[in-house]
Design a protein around this ligand. Sequence first.
Ligand SMILES: N[C@@H](CCC(=O)N[C@@H](CS)C(=O)NCC(=O)O)C(=O)O
Length: 374
Amino acid sequence: MKRFTLSVITLVVALLVITACAQNQATPTTAPTEQTGAVTEQPAPTPVPTKQEQPAAEGSLLEVVKQRGKLICGANANLPGFGYLDQEGNYAGFDIDFCRALAAAIFDDPDAVEFRPLTAKERFTAVQTGEVDVLIRNTTWTLTRDASVGMDFGVVTFYDGQGIMVRKEDNITTLEDLQGAAICVTTGTTTELNLADQMRARGIEYTPVVFETADNTFGAYEEGRCDAVTTDKSGLVSRKSLLQDPEAHVILDATLSKEPLGPAVLQGDPIWHDVVMWTVFATIQAEEFGITSENVDDFLNSEDPGIRRFLGLEGELGENLGLTNDFAYRVIKNVGNYGEIYDRNLGPGTPFELPRGLNDLWTRGGLLYSPPFR
Ligand SMILES: N[C@@H](CCC(=O)N[C@@H](CS)C(=O)NCC(=O)O)C(=O)O
């Protein structure tokens, strides 16, 4: 009797284990396995609804955006190279191109996006209240913003660090030279706290002169109300180009902080978050594959399974996200890969000529690394 009970228990445990394993097995019975690409016969898994079988974007902002027919992107209007209004009054820049890439991924139309200009102070409220679907505006990913401001980050579009700009004639070369200085800084940014931390750590006394917008911060610096001005190095390079005599100013070598800049969405909407992240990853992966807006159509004949999946010629990667399978193709065709976006806005031939540095592919010594498209 005891033996019989034991056998029953063993059988039940074995069944439970098999069921649990089957539920983890997301690949269809005869699909190529992840590791080998070989076709294997496996026991039929217990049917679990996949993302495609579920109403893909139900309850997600993705559905709202699709029904609205356009994306609303929170942007910067005052940062040449990143987010600004060009001579025709159109939004342009590196961050703006990622808004356009997202519109291309969803609508196959990079113009299906409305931009909302936001100051540093306004930006998170705009996401929290749903005024914007996504914030792509030189915004640093920090723990506090992630955990208590209610944002979700997850992918970095630009690895930056905080810098300091001074007038050349003042012969300031190190942070220590700023003893007793007045330093202009914008409120609602990571900048204020970084400055305070760094100066305290070095025992340097200074007076912060705080403004709400970059225009006021840099205006005050230009008027001579501060000895120095501080923000992300990208912001300094950008705003230096707007000063009356850019050559009269210099950005110090010192880097005060890590500023990983990337898109932020409202916390708690994993479907929308995935769409935003994988759109950015598509630009990075395309550059790694050597796929550009110019040659993407040639790749439609590729026999490389990785490229075929990436472009949506095989598999269901896009549908898994609630998009079409060719979403990466749409992004690259309409907006270009990461390198194209970078070069167009910040690279050679632009007023900024920013070296790729950390913002290069991992294969060239940078930090850009897309998870696998599979
Ligand atoms: N990356 C930093 C700083 C971002 C930031 O907003 N910088 C200011 C100073 S350059 C800016 O872009 N202001 C634009 C404006 O005032 O419209 C952060 O996320 O807090």
